[in-house]
Design a protein around this ligand. Sequence first.
Ligand code: SF4
Ligand code: MG
Length: 290
Amino acid sequence: METVAAATKKSKKAKQVPFDYSKYIRKGKLPHIWCAGCGHGIVLKSLLRAIDAIGRSNDDFALVSGIGCSSRTPGYVNFNTLHTLHGRALAFATGLKMAKPNLKVIVTTGDGDALAIGGNHFIHTCRRNIDMVIMVYNNYIYGMTSGQFSPTTSQGMIATTSRYGNIEPPFDVCKMAEAAGATFVARATAYHYAELEKTLYEAIMHKGTAVIDILDSCPTYYGRFNKYKTVSEMMEKIEKDGTISVKQAAGLPPEKLEGKLLRGILYKKERTEYTAEYAKLVEKAGGKKG
Ligand code: SF4
Ligand code: MG
């Protein structure tokens, strides 16, 4: 496998030339179900470009999802794919990784799927530090089931289940991932798509649990309920004005950072990876090596 620096350079270069997505798309599965203006297509584009920069065979990757709009991602792409049960993507992904430790497993999940129904799986996947990338498409609402508030909906925001404003405080996905034991934690947005591509590349190259909180947009429910007039207005207010890169934030006084979420790699650490540790255990017990 090439070095991070060499492939990052290649990835930057790739942005300047047209990119052929055809080898990654299952054309027979199109058209996709996503609404006009949904951020999921941008996230997918960045993911495919990051995978391409890594330069491995499509067969080396497995995309796993639960249920929800973001969970439709694996159906459209030409990798090993699993579309599973609501909130259970990480349980299936764990089983897959244990059976096939050489696969690079990437989980595409939503804020509801990952943090409400699948919240317990999320915590324990991070704790084990099993080698996989968890992409949380965070659009602060349940999209597919028609706009209920989720664990990342901000207080005061409108959803089908909070018609007078949500009273629950939201999770900070990154803080929770780090506290639970993930060894790569980052935040990105669909608006900053080039940064997202780079962050995804670094996450895929990382050996251990990599969580990316990807701020994304659901204009159909969140946007409409909360009176964003256009998709671009929504993306600019939440993803552009509501975040600041780690680099830009360095040296700024706390009052300048108020109300802004940090973007970029927020935490990275080397720690024993779960499948490697399990293989050692099997050997110790006299079984076959993984
Ligand atoms: Fe995207 Fe929302 Fe439409 Fe689902 S309902 S496809 S999240 S815009
Ligand atoms: Mg959602």
